[in-house]
Design a binder for this molecule. Structure first.
Ligand code: NAD
Ligand code: UDP
Length: 338
């Protein structure tokens, strides 16, 4: 049997494909390369010493999906394909709903007609919106995401719940990622944002490597220990291992299961700068800027449900996350394009 990985040429998807290949799984990647790179797939194949089937195409292309399900014996789908830039989603909401919600609809229709009903969906902690207290646990009602990107994730979650209620043969995992960072320890694959990065760790990496001048710290007047925003950063390889555990679990678990994938620990922006300075051995110039619209003061996971039900927990610490992010950046200062 084969695993279909949509968005497998992207940041998290490429690490997932590597982990699957290392588990001797057959992998089919579908990616339209709108934010991914075929080079990442080639590097994954090199690292694993095995090949994947790579199909350049769009998850909204029903004809293509039907062909993929006809040609390959797909048992499970890991659905990473999606657009993820929060600011861009505010400027281009319909593009985000079309890609993220429309993509999931088309994928589910194609899965349905192919009789494939095991799906892992890349959701996000953003679906919790702002809650009264941290940590966020899966029992909380979902909240009000502050942007179209977040709403697209919540819409897909709700759609998948309706699907599994209507047809109990589906097994679906909604994996709510906190803040994935870092890279495979080889330094050969990693996060390669196009243009100026929106996220903290890629931004700091590019400052450290000299591609960007200084980091703007978005607010130092939050009600947190040092006044800067606190997040639950999780190593991408831990995240990927969480998917392997979830895949195993849903094989015998019909319905919808929700798991947070986080470490259960929060670090501030200043903590991240300091960790990076330790890893890179240089100072990271920064200036304090106004808060970024829509940002919450502090978000971290209650990660106990995944530990209890999946036997999974994040094992890599902050120093490993930034050391691996840094190794990837130093080895590939221009990303995959260079
Ligand atoms: P990414 O942009 O690196 O990877 C997404 C991949 O999907 C890209 O390779 C892109 O080319 C592909 N893609 C996008 N739309 C497509 C379409 N219509 N058809 C086919 N391929 C398409 O992003 P990532 O960080 O690897 O994120 C993967 C998933 O995890 C996304 O759904 C994202 O929303 C979700 N997620 C990411 C984070 C994060 O911080 N990275 C946090 C929470 C959730
Ligand atoms: N952040 C920052 N400067 C940046 C990017 C991010 O200070 O250039 C802060 C942001 O306000 C938040 C944290 O870093 O407190 C993580 O932001 P990121 O965009 O990486 O993730 P998310 O907002 O999705 O949690």
């Amino acid at each position: 049997m084969s695993i279909l990985v949509t968005g497998g040429a992207g940041y998290i998807g490429s690490h997932m494909v590597l982990a699957l290949l290392e588990q001797r799984q057959e992998v089919v990647v579908l990616d339209n390369l709108s934010n991914g790179s075929a080079v990442s797939i080639a590097r994954v194949e090199n690292l694993a010493g095995r090949d994947v089937v790579f199909i350049e195409g769009d998850v909204r292309d029903r004809t293509l999906l039907d062909r993929v399900f006809r040609e390959y014996p797909i048992s499970d789908v890991l659905h990473f394909a999606g657009l993820k830039a929060v600011g861009e989603s505010i400027e281009q909401p319909i593009r985000y709903y079309d890609n993220n919600v429309g993509g999931a609809v088309t994928l589910c229709l194609a899965m349905e007609s192919a009789g494939v009903r095991r799906l892992i969906f890349s959701s996000s902690a953003t679906v919790y919106g702002e809650q009264d207290s941290v940590p966020y646990h899966e029992g909380l009602p979902t909240g009000v995401p502050t942007n179209p990107y977040g709403r697209s994730k919540l819409m897909v979650e709700e759609m998948l719940r309706d699907l599994a209620t209507a047809d109990t043969r589906w097994s679906i995992a909604l994996l709510r990622y906190f803040n994935p960072v870092g890279a495979h320890a080889s330094g050969c694959i990693g996060e390669d944002p196009r243009g100026v990065p929106n996220n903290l760790v890629p931004f700091i990496s590019q400052v450290a490597v000299g591609r960007l001048e200084a980091l703007s710290v978005f607010g130092n007047d939050y009600p947190t220990a040092d006044g800067t925003g606190v997040r639950d950063y999780i190593h991408v390889m831990d995240l990927v291992e969480g998917h392997l555990a979830a895949m195993q679990a849903i094989a015998n678990r019909p319905g919808v299961s929700v798991w947070n994938l986080g470490t259960g620990r929060g670090y501030s922006v200043l903590d991240m700068i300091q960790a990076f300075e330790r890893a890179a051995g240089c100072s990271i110039p920064f200036r304090v800027a106004p808060r970024r619209a829509g940002d919450l003061a502090q978000v971290w996971a209650d990660a106990s449900k995944a530990q209890r039900e999946l036997g999974w927990r994040a094992r890599r610490d902050l120093d490993a996350m930034v050391a691996d992010a840094w190794r990837w950046q130093v080895n590939n200062p221009g990303g995959y394009a260079a």
